[in-house]
Design a protein around this ligand. Structure first.
Ligand code: GLN
Length: 454
């Protein structure tokens, strides 16, 4: 069914970079056999899923949206993918993304943009626009994204889907091609909060292969979503982040946000305003820390080990090959960030840029700690606007970066966040997102409060 839907609409949406028809059908058949044999099945056994092309999948292409990895077939599965397979979810294929997950619109993919199913002339968000669009266009019931600065939540907001960035360390990063190791987390992209919870229960948990994976037992997120769906928010204290609302935010997005807050109040929640003064510096700090980590991570694409190799004419040295390959294989945004990151880390500038950004990061964590001392969850609109037109911000990196205003603080502090649909903005009839943030390790609160809004 989903393969037929992909055939029908993916020519226009372009959510997928690779569809694994045979693999998905074989996995589905195996699931049918397990069911017929009366085996105990995971709740999502047989439910197909799409995976962002930044997670390694044994024997399937993993390009990270980049030409530099074209043709690379990873010899191993990421832990997330192993867990999906173990739980019986057939993998439909790999979804489109901004190159190496750098972007907010999926326009930086080397394989062409994904289109928003709500309006094909608009962006599906990024970097995980492919995963969000696949779910929004009913090409896949579930998808996996990754969120380094908002790449699960912001695409969720602009495509009317649910997206979760778990607590840092909650989901293994083994086999997730790193953009920025200290910020990256994989997570669910779905149509309902309960689906995200079911998926999170499957992909989460400790993994000895990832040294930053948290070694603890997690509560059932499915139970949390079910309890929230009952709709009683009595005793829940919600903080509206003053710095992430108001002027400069699209009125229709703000209107839907206020409505969602009112719904929670009607369900019994208490709402207060909370100031997080350092959040205004989050964007600047992130766009130093991220390029710094990314420039170091991307150094491994040296034409020797993986994917593309461009050999210039004549008698080229290894360095010539490296230079030609990286020049041809990386797109403009990736090059921009490598230059920025290398500069920020160079001796003499380290204290002024990277060191300073790390201090801001600490201040942001402290803002969260202070806020969570008095409220259970914090809320804001997920993104300042609904989906903008393809091409509109492509030549203006700062305008593109500003989309991440509300999502970045969670990554800098490692706290979990969810985006749930809050309705359609009046101006353009496009989906807006409602973001809920919780303290680290308290992901179940996201599901409880998020489910109350459905
Ligand atoms: N828009 C952010 C960036 O360009 C998001 C990245 C992400 O979460 N992968 O860095």
């Amino acid at each position: 069914l989903h393969l037929a839907r992909i055939d029908a609409v993916d020519g226009a949406v372009h959510a997928f970079l690779h569809v694994d028809r045979e693999g998905a059908l074989a996995q589905a058949a195996a699931s049918d056999e397990r069911r017929a044999a009366g085996e105990t099945l995971s709740p999502l056994d047989g439910v197909p899923i799409a995976v962002k092309d930044v997670l390694t999948t044994e024997g399937l292409p993993t390009t990270c949206g980049s030409k530099i990895l074209e043709g690379w077939l990873p010899p191993y599965d990421s832990t997330v993918v192993s867990k999906l397979k173990a739980a019986g979810l057939p993998i439909l294929g790999k979804t489109n993304m901004d190159e190496f997950a750098m972007g907010s619109s999926t326009e930086h993919s080397a394989y062409g943009p994904t289109h928003n199913p709500w309006d094909l002339d608009r962006i599906p968000g990024g970097s995980g626009g492919g995963s969000a669009a696949a779910v929004a266009a009913f090409e896949a019931p579930l998808a996996i994204g990754t969120d380094t600065g908002g790449s699960i939540r912001q695409p969720g907001a602009v495509t009317g889907t649910v997206g979760v960035k778990p607590t840092y360390g909650g989901i293994s990063r083994y086999g997730l091609v790193a953009l920025a190791n200290s910020l990256d987390q994989a997570g669910p992209v779905t149509r309902t909060v309960l689906d995200s919870a079911l998926l999170h229960d499957i992909i989460g948990g400790h993994d000895p292969k990832d040294s930053t994976s948290i070694d603890q037992e997690w509560p059932s997120f499915t139970d949390a979503a079910r309890s929230g769906a009952a709709g009683d928010m009595t005793g829940v204290k919600i903080g509206v982040i003053t710095e992430l609302a108001g002027d400069g935010w699209q009125p229709g997005v703000m209107a839907r946000f206020t409505e969602s807050v009112d719904l929670l109040v009607k369900a019994g929640a208490e709402v207060v305003e909370v100031s997080c003064p350092s959040f205004v510096h989050a964007l600047a700090a992130y766009y130093l820390i991220l390029p710094a980590e990314a420039s170091s991570n991307l150094a491994k694409f040296d034409a020797m080990r993986y994917g593309l190799r461009v050999v210039p004419d004549g008698d080229p040295s290894a360095e010539d090959v490296m230079r030609a390959t990286r020049d041809a294989g990386f797109g403009d945004e990736v090059k921009r960030r490598i230059i920025l990151g290398t500069y920020a880390l160079s001796s003499g500038y380290y204290d002024a840029y990277y060191g300073q950004a790390q201090k801001v990061r600490t201040l942001i964590s402290r803002d969260f700690e202070a806020a969570f001392a008095s409220v259970d969850v914090l809320v804001s609109p997920t993104a300042p606007t609904t989906a903008f037109k393809l091409g509109e911000k492509l030549d203006d990196p700062i305008a593109m970066y500003l989309n991440d205003l509300a999502t970045i603080p969670a990554n800098l502090a490692g706290v979990p966040g969810i985006s749930v649909p809050s309705g359609l903005a009046d101006e353009d009839g496009l989906p807006a997102g409602f973001q809920i943030l919780a303290p680290a390790l308290e992901d179940e609160r996201l599901y409880r409060v998020g489910a109350a809004l459905e």
